[in-house]
Design a protein around this ligand. Sequence first.
Ligand code: FES
Length: 73
Amino acid sequence: MSATCTHLGCLTQYEKDQNRIFCPCHGSRFDDKGLVTNGPAPAPLPRLALTLESGALVLDVGRVVAADALLKV
Ligand code: FES
């Protein structure tokens, strides 16, 4: 999933000890699936397209996919 906060675009941080994602700019929190648990973020962290091309993982930051999308290898 994208690490860019859906509020104003700050870079979020994963807090391993609490298994959550935190935005240091204005305090938004997301669960481990990217769903907002505390605003002001207006939307979940988007899932981005990941493909396997010639043995390399390729992340397409311009293409959002469904939350249940899986890369099968
Ligand atoms: Fe993340 Fe504002 S940019 S809470």
